[in-house]
Design a protein. Structure first.
Length: 127
């Protein structure tokens, strides 16, 4: 479910946050679905529970999840949050394309990169 890249420049809690955002925005995790407890996830991914808690707090502050004391953390129903996250990703994508253009990368190469990414092993239309 959650993949941690030990070689990433991102902190572990940011990677956990990003993974849950991906799972929520692609609807792998459904609204009101219960997330693993902090302890369960910490044991599964072999990460300090405080790191998991930090990621969950960030997810809650961004309204991707909500918590019920004594019951756990759940996926929020708010489609507006998903749309907002999609817009952020689209804007970052546009910025990256502009950066490539400034470096002299041609349109054909940029389109080719997009196609390669879409056809790659890391892309799954059901994700």
């Amino acid at each position: 479910m959650i993949i941690i890249d030990s070689n990433s420049t991102k902190s572990i809690y940011e990677q956990i946050y990003d993974e849950f955002v991906r799972l929520i925005t692609t609807r792998v995790l459904k609204p009101d679905e219960k997330l693993p407890s902090v302890r369960e996830l910490a044991t599964t991914v072999r990460i300090n529970p405080n790191t998991i808690q930090k990621a969950y707090k960030l997810l809650e502050s961004k309204k991707f999840i909500y918590s019920i004391p004594g019951k756990g953390n759940f996926v929020a129903k708010n489609d507006k949050v998903v749309l907002a996250e999609t817009k952020v990703i689209e804007e970052n994508f546009k910025k990256d394309i502009r950066k490539l253009k400034k470096l002299g990368v041609g349109d054909d190469r940029i389109i080719s990169l997009a196609r390669e990414t879409l056809k790659g092993d890391d892309y799954n239309a059901t994700d």
